[in-house]
Design a protein around this ligand. Sequence first.
Ligand SMILES: Cc1cc2nc3c(=O)[nH]c(=O)nc-3n(C[C@H](O)[C@H](O)[C@H](O)COP(=O)(O)O)c2cc1C
Length: 368
Amino acid sequence: MFAPVPLRPGIVAPNGVWLAPLTNMQSDADGACSDAEARFLGMRADGGFGLVCTCAAHVAQDGKAWPGELGVHDVAMLPGLTRLAARIHGTAPVAGPGGPPTRPLACAQLFHGGLRANPAVSGLPTWSASAWEEPGAPAARAATEADIDGVIDAFVAAARRCAAAGFDAVELHGAHGYLLSQFQSTVYNTRSDGWGGALEGRARLLRATTRAIRAAAPGLALVVRLSPEDYGQARGIDLDETLQVARWLVEDGMDVLHLSLWRAAAASTKRPDAHPTALFRAAVGDAARIVVAGGIWTRADAEAQLALGADAVALGRAAIANHDWPRRVASGSPVTQPPVDAAHLAAEGLSPGFVDYMRRWKGFVREA
Ligand SMILES: Cc1cc2nc3c(=O)[nH]c(=O)nc-3n(C[C@H](O)[C@H](O)[C@H](O)COP(=O)(O)O)c2cc1C
């Protein structure tokens, strides 16, 4: 867990304990990175995380899903993104065993909400693979060819922007039922043209985006986050199909596969005798690194994933409550677990708005 993890020639994470992407509502209204957001992420870099990922950051205004969401959609975001990458890198380098000192890697999660984007926040209508309506949400229209071409271009431009800002990696958000996952889904995608139908069609947007970023930004490590099977808003996602998508993504130039499991200790739903981490390791062989997220709180939780074949773990809630989880665990110090006092979260670098957002996560914040 504390050994360096090479992602791509010249890009090495100093260890295998990474910060998961965490929506934190701390960006400015126009998507610019705020001091509060840079402080929260910078503290995790200082705390020993080997790779620090931003929250889901919209690549186009019509993909924005939450107020205070980071933007990578416009050249005006560049100064804030540059300051953020520098803040993450500014952490004192860690000496690798027998090798040169390495610094934490900075990664940006590239996101489009599709039908989960919010017109009240973005000011624009929503669209997805197919038209979609559900109670309490604005209706989404079906994507045109121009939408699809435009969003691939937007992902590529965002990746280039992140490279220019000094990031080491970008992560495509292909999980959790957002745009790229909506296209993969048999529920959300009912198209009968080349962007739907069989898995080849449903995976085409994700694959085309991966290949386009790989070609446009060869200096970046390319991570792709997937939901292996249905969970929450990720619907119509089949385990065996996602295994095939992972194999294709290796051909397309993905360096790191990020499995979002929510409960990493649990077996697959479709195949209760098998664990997703082991299945995906068998599928991609040693052609890609694998990072796993979901309910990792202790050293034993992390080591269990490495034993199943992961190269790294990504922490969400444990990292919100413990900015220095890697240092604590390496030295055997105790880790704070929920419910967590609001004052403790403030000391861990969360602004009042982020603490409020964490109240939506059941049992996380201790209520007075
Ligand atoms: C407050 C919060 C915000 C999150 N935001 C994102 C996000 O922007 N992008 C994403 O892919 N996952 C997001 N997730 C999911 C986490 O990255 C992670 O996969 C999940 O929380 C499970 O890991 P954990 O049990 O260590 O928290 C979020 C989770 C939380 C708790």
